[in-house]
Write a protein that binds this ligand. Structure first.
Ligand code: UD1
Length: 433
């Protein structure tokens, strides 16, 4: 088993560079299936979720290869298989989003129901309802979804909740539909905007992305092209919070402060010094942070992904913070792990009451999902003594070179393993896909 071990108490200092956005890259890779010519995507992070999506696209008959350390060629001109493999889709929820592009371009897709981080009910009913509204005949048999259509037809789709994944998925399906599609109550996440900008670069006609009302005028085909993925706002926020918890001084390069706005405002409210410019964010803290309340919401509300890292910071704040999770009910499973480190947290249903303590103490803890893993790394960096984090494959899903990046900021952090690990050229553990 692989672990991360940390000797806490070292203030993080220096500069760290943020990688490309995982969530944008995954949606864009699925969207690349729409293009009948090759696409080159720049700023792709080396993380296991990207490798899972690569494996999945290959199984469909797409050529997918890195032509530069962070530039990925995707050539979907000769797709030969319209059935997605069970083991990959159940491993990662984002892979379900090839359904729309496949049915839009080829009139057929058979895709298993998705998996991903276990953070609560993650249905795909909005996706299925939306595909049906676009004219697809969608049926479920066992644990798979089959979607069939002639050419999809534009329609008005109202989402009961501004789901990022459903907005992205339905936008990609609508791009090749006949006529106009309007997605109402659409998600406004930067990753949705990035996908729209990518599709536009290939010839799609989309307006209103970044608002709750997106209009897509269908076109007959998408050409190839090149596109650069936005920086990962969730990774950037993780480093910002780690800098604050260790009372450090860190410049986070290649971060987009506009995308991070809800987190940066909360950090400032907690007493953290934050300065941003066009190319990055400078974060500093001396002394303890102040308690603040957070409530997760769709963008531009406080991101659910940063609820866990932020709670790690609030564990050592002066005062009592109330953390309310409105997006995923099971995103509190890490609370027990923080309690092992001395955190004073009472959690019931969707609310956690965090009474700040002077310090956290090192312990052996388990990453229960991706962002829980990040929260535990942050907690370990700020804690007194040694912390060991187990089940770190969750962290590998979404953080490129986390250990090396933290080391470059002075952290005493190591990755250890009981047995040899197969790694990619970039040092990322490779699962058997
Ligand atoms: C994406 C992100 C994830 C982030 C989440 C919310 C990716 C790969 N993952 O996940 O990191 O935490 O957005 O910002 O981009 N829902 C339904 N029915 C559906 C779809 C969603 O009820 O068909 C509900 C979900 O259960 C959840 C809420 O909508 O309560 C938001 O989910 P959604 O925005 O779709 O999350 P994902 O796209 O899966």
């Amino acid at each position: 088993m692989e672990r991360i071990t940390i000797t806490g108490g070292v203030p993080l200092q220096g500069e760290v560079r943020v990688s490309g956005s995982k969530n944008a890259a995954l949606a864009i890779m699925a969207g690349a299936v729409l293009a009948s010519e090759p696409v080159v995507l720049h700023n792709i992070p080396h993380i296991t979720d990207i490798y899972t999506m690569m494996a999945m696209l290959r199984r469909l008959g797409t050529v997918v290869e890195f032509i530069h350390p962070h530039s990925l060629l995707i050539d979907a001109s000769r797709i030969s298989n319209l059935e997605a493999p069970h083991n990959l889709v159940t491993r990662m929820r984002a892979s379900f989003s090839v359904t729309g592009p496949l049915v839009a371009r080829f009139g057929f897709a058979r895709v298993p129901l998705p998996g991903g981080c276990d953070i609560g009910a993650r249905p795909v009913d909005f996706h299925i309802k939306g595909l049906r509204l676009l004219g697809a005949d969608v049926s479920m048999d066992g644990d798979s979804v089959t979607a069939q259509a002639g050419r999809l037809k534009g329609n008005v789709i109202y989402l009961d909740y501004p789901s990022a994944g459903a907005t992205q998925h339905l936008m990609t399906a609508a791009v090749l539909a006949e006529g106009t599609t309007v997605i109402k109550n659409a998600a406004e996440e930067p990753e949705v905007v990035d996908l729209a900008n990518f599709l536009i670069a290939l010839g799609a006609r989309i307006r209103g992305h970044g608002t709750s009302y997106i209009t897509i005028e269908g076109v007959p085909r998408l050409r190839g092209g090149e596109y650069t993925i936005i920086p990962d706002r969730l990774e950037a926020a993780t480093y910002a919070i780690a800098a604050a918890l260790t009372r450090g001084d860190v410049y986070i390069a290649n971060a987009n402060p506009e995308h991070m706005m809800p987190v940066l405002f909360k950090l400032q409210e907690a007493g953290v010094q934050v300065e941003s410019n066009q190319t990055g964010v400078h974060v500093r803290l001396q002394g303890r942070p102040r308690a603040v309340n957070i409530k997760t919401m769709p963008h531009p509300g406080f991101p659910t992904d940063i609820q866990q890292p932020m709670t790690a910071l609030l564990c050592v704040a002066e005062g009592v913070s109330i953390v309310t999770e409105t997006v995923y009910e099971r995103r509190f499973r890490y609370v027990e792990e923080l309690q092992k480190m001395g955190a004073d947290i009472t959690q019931e249903n969707r609310t956690a009451v965090v009474r700040g303590v002077e310090k956290l103490y090192g312990a052996t803890v388990e990453a229960t999902d991706l962002r829980a893993g990040a929260a535990l790394v942050i907690a370990g960096l700020g804690a007194e003594g040694d912390t060991t984090i187990e089940n770190i494959y969750h962290i590998d899903r979404g953080y490129e070179n986390l250990v090396a990046k933290m080391q470059s900021l002075g952290a005493q952090i190591l990755r250890t393993s009981d047995e040899p690990v197969l790694v990619s050229a970039q040092g990322v553990p490779v699962c058997s896909v």
